[in-house]
Design a binder for this molecule. Structure first.
Ligand SMILES: Cc1ncc(COP(=O)(O)O)c(C=O)c1O
Length: 383
């Protein structure tokens, strides 16, 4: 258990709530979830499903209706042919990370993963006793990975490569060329790719490209996507993996051993999410873009902060090295003294030092309030 890591966002949320309980006002920019309500048509479908009796166990890999809808959606959006037996529905995107690493990796294996990156990757690689091999994401590369560097990290022990685009925490988005070159670097080696595409519908500039679309990569890709971010359904707990049918059978067995199945009525709501109107997704994305612009412009006016415009997801990742403060100490001070909850870049790995992560999943009014507070704090505390 000592090897298992955590997701700091949940710890900071608890700390911020404790300050609020003492009467302090805190602007929450720490947690990565849309502040919007789940669209009404999806809630309606979930309620109706409850009344219709979708209150029982279902198949471990997910209800056929939903796996069919996912197979169709992924086939259309990634230009591949996916069948329902290649889909595993799980409670959130996270279990796909957990199960894939558990199923594929053991001591002696190496796993390449983005750093800074979603902390669960490193946590799970360490947990199963495999070797975590970070690929550093650099600001000067707009936080896309350097494919030459990736090629240099691949060896005979590499079992799995994790990529994530749009990326948490940097908002970096891999280009079509990046994806092509990553596939080229892997060549015909027997290496699996876990492609975390949970933010695939939250792109502000450019388009989403999946490594699954590349000839010869479908068999070696586990695609992770889900409902949490796209449809503001974080609390419903539903996501999915798309992978070779033989591997899908193994992941379903992990589901049988852990959760039995994802909640049945939730899955019916998932069918409505995928097949119903998509206007709310576009609306949320446009709103996140507006907030991103306000946040980045504001941060760039604050002493010691500089921030690139992220191309996707709903985070900004300002460089704070010119403040002279280490990231964790600065994040703590901003929460405790200024009432602004954000995360230290180091919550996403060692290469996150020198950065903070703020989520823009909050109103423009609150974002402006946070900017004023950070600005006032820096004026008071930085020489
Ligand atoms: C990159 C990435 N992958 C996966 C997840 C997990 O999403 P879910 O809440 O659906 O488990 C998150 C959530 O923050 C994420 O940022």
């Amino acid at each position: 258990m000592a090897r298992l890591g955590t997701e700091t966002a949940f710890e900071v949320l608890v700390k911020a709530k404790a300050l609020e309980a003492k009467g302090r006002d805190v602007v929450h920019l720490e947690i990565g979830e849309p502040d919007f309500d789940t669209p009404a048509n999806i809630i309606g479908a979930g309620c109706e499903a409850l009344h219709k009796g979708f209150t029982h166990y279902g198949p471990s890999s997910g209800l056929m209706e939903l796996r069919e809808a996912i197979a169709q959606y992924v086939s259309e959006t990634r230009s591949v042919n996916v069948s329902p037996d290649e889909v595993v529905v799980v409670p959130g995107g996270k279990p796909i990370i957990f199960f894939s690493i558990l199923a594929l990796c053991e001591q002696g294996d190496e796993v390449i993963y983005p750093n800074p990156g979603f902390p669960i990757y490193e946590s799970m690689i360490d947990y199963v006793g495999a070797k975590a091999v970070p690929i550093r994401l650099r600001e000067e590369m707009e936080f896309r990975l350097d494919v030459d560097e990736l090629a240099g990290l691949i060896n005979d022990r590499t079992k799995l490569i994790i990529i994530n685009s749009p990326q948490n925490p940097t908002g970096g988005v891999l280009t079509k060329i990046d994806i092509d070159q990553i596939a080229e670097a892997i060549g015909n080696r027997n290496i699996m790719v876990l492609s975390d595409e949970i933010y695939s519908r939250l792109i502000f500039e450019g388009e989403h490209h999946s490594i699954m679309s590349i000839d010869g990569m479908k068999e070696r890709t586990i695609l992770l996507d889900g409902f949490s971010k796209t449809y503001a359904m974080t609390g419903w707990r539903m996501g999915y993996g798309v992978m070779r049918a033989d591997l899908a059978t193994q992941l379903s067995r992990l589901m049988t051993n852990s959760n039995s199945c994802t909640a049945s009525f939730t899955q019916i709501a998932g069918v409505e999410a995928l097949r119903g109107p998509q206007k709310s997704v576009e609306k949320m994305c446009a709103e996140f873009k507006k907030r991103r612009d306000v946040m980045v412009a504001g941060l760039n006016k604050i002493k010691g902060f500089s921030c690139r415009l992220p191309k996707g997801a709903f985070y900004v990742f300002p460089n704070i090295t010119k403040t002279g403060w280490p990231s964790k100490k600065l994040a703590d001070a901003l929460l405790e003294d200024a009432g602004v909850a954000g995360l230290s870049g180091t919550a996403f790995g060692d290469f996150g030092e020198g950065y903070l992560r703020f989520s823009v999943a909050n109103s423009i009014e609150n974002i402006e309030k946070a900017l004023e507070r950070v600005d006032a704090w820096t004026k008071k505390n930085l020489k």
